[in-house]
Design a protein around this ligand. Structure first.
Ligand code: DLL
Length: 436
């Protein structure tokens, strides 16, 4: 099949040239951040590094890391590198203690982000002939806006569906002949199931490709989705802190995602020591945004564990590939597409007058995540009536919903019934099989 690219020169640039481009951009970006972000300037000063020490991409390791904790400390404006009058958008994700991560964009940032998403759509076979159904959530989440913008850039007829209302999704998909579907893999699987329940077969719909990401999914899930929707299912990766989806995307090989290296420099580090590991090692992915103006994170620790390889790819793209994320180096869970930290649950428990003795149990029934939180009652509640306990459970569940944005099933259990651990407390029992 003839290869098509959205920005061929960049996507197929010889590696030596790419390194040169990255070097020029890094030198400029470090100066921009040093001049405009006192928070990061302080980190550089503490490490004894100045912009004059950064001559090219080979010097990136001299820079200090940024972590989610820094984002929390600097919330909301502390990492902003442009005046607010130059910013046109924010997006956001939930944060560790209920404080959100807020990312800012100039028009230029939005433009480059949408280019990245457009590259992913073209790599999945998209063109102006296509009808692209965007069923990621719109709003503060980056999925909807990112793929929407990319779809416009490619010139697809864009269906801005957002997530939910599955029967309506299917009605639009069939009536308007959607050929590309963008959503989370678990939602794609659910759409597939519903389609069959409504009496359709994969051959009845013109869908040919899907661009799925924002949560871990296995090769087995890929096969299921491909079969039930009659499509090729491509992976896409990104995070709010680096703009959103489109940092990396799959090509026709479907064997790892090309990182848009002209915009993002990737490193793999040992999550315990911070040491940079050689290509092919498994470790934590760290990104330096080379072009972003408003929120230009340098050496941002994603906490995603993966492997990078630069083996030549038959699609002709030269950009390095990342494997599917194989886990995380922190305790973040992705439940029904939403990022959740145990510390958020702990915060709610303390606010509501409970001790932090709890256990989170995750499972998958069909294609949906179940999310149960067992919480130990206080001694004085133990003698409560059943209806008293049920109303306490409801109250706690409502408080967690406010904090997390998704609804857990809360179960109050007798005092001291959750096994105490002698080492690290086992807070999460995840029975879903999310990684191959
Ligand atoms: O999930 C951005 C996105 C939207 C990506 C739509 C792809 C498609 P956050 O909500 O900030 O941003 O969550 C970022 O989600 O650090 C990973 O742990 C996880 N993640 C994202 N894409 C994938 C993927 C969006 N393809 C966090 N496979 C990241 C596995 C993924 N995990």
């Amino acid at each position: 099949m003839e290869q098509r690219y959205y920005q061929k020169d960049m996507e197929t640039m010889p590696v030596e040239e790419l390194k040169k481009l990255q070097s020029e951009k890094l030198v400029r970006q470090v100066q921009h951040v040093y001049d405009n972000v006192p928070y990061y300037r302080d980190l550089m000063d503490k490490k004894g590094v100045t912009p004059a020490d950064i001559h090219g991409i080979e010097d990136v390791h001299k820079l200090p890391f940024l972590t989610k904790a820094d984002l929390r400390d600097a919330y909301p404006y502390g990492l902003l590198a442009k005046p607010l009058k130059d910013c046109v958008r924010i997006h956001s994700t939930s944060g560790t203690t209920g404080r959100r991560v807020v990312a800012f964009y100039t028009q230029h940032d939005v433009d480059l982000w949408e280019d990245c998403c457009a590259r992913a759509i073209v790599a999945a076979g998209g063109s102006e002939e296509d009808v692209c159904q965007v069923a990621y959530g719109y709003g503060l989440f980056t999925g909807g806006s990112g793929l929407h913008g990319g779809s416009h850039k490619v010139g697809c007829l864009t269906l801005p569906m957002s997530s939910g209302n599955t029967e309506r999704q299917i009605q639009f998909m069939t009536d308007l002949g959607a050929t590309i579907l963008c959503c989370t893999p678990s939602y794609a699987a659910y759409i597939g199931e519903t389609l069959h329940e409504m009496g359709y077969k994969a051959e009845d719909i013109p869908l040919k490709a899907g661009i799925f990401g924002a949560e871990p999914w296995t090769q087995e899930m890929r096969r299921n989705i491909e079969e039930s929707l009659g499509i090729k299912a491509y992976d896409i990766y990104g995070l709010t802190e680096t703009s959103g989806p489109g940092v990396a995307f799959e090509c026709c090989e479907q064997s790892g995602m090309h990182i848009n290296e002209d915009h993002f420099y990737a490193e793999i580090i040992d999550p315990d020591t911070g040491e940079v590991l050689p290509e092919g090692s498994k470790g934590e992915l760290v990104f330096t945004a080379l072009d972003k103006e408003a929120f230009p994170l340098l050496r941002y620790r994603t906490r995603d564990i993966c492997v990078l390889t630069r083996k030549p790819c038959s699609c002709g793209r030269t950009h390095i590939k990342m494997s599917k994320p194989m886990g995380r180096s922190d305790d973040m869970m992705i439940i029904r597409g939403v990022n959740v930290f145990p510390s958020q649950i702990e915060t709610v428990l303390l606010q509501e007058g409970y001790q932090p003795n709890y256990q989170i149990v995750l499972d998958r029934v069909g294609n949906s995540d179940t999310f149960d939180v067992n919480v130990e009652m206080n001694a004085d509640q133990f003698s409560d009536t059943v209806s008293g306990v049920t109303s306490q459970e409801k109250k706690l569940a409502a408080a967690m919903k406010t904090m997390l944005g998704i609804n857990p099933a809360v179960h109050l259990v007798p005092p001291k019934s959750i096994t105490r651990s002698e080492g690290k407390a086992v807070r999460i029992i995840d029975k879903r099989k999310l990684h191959d």
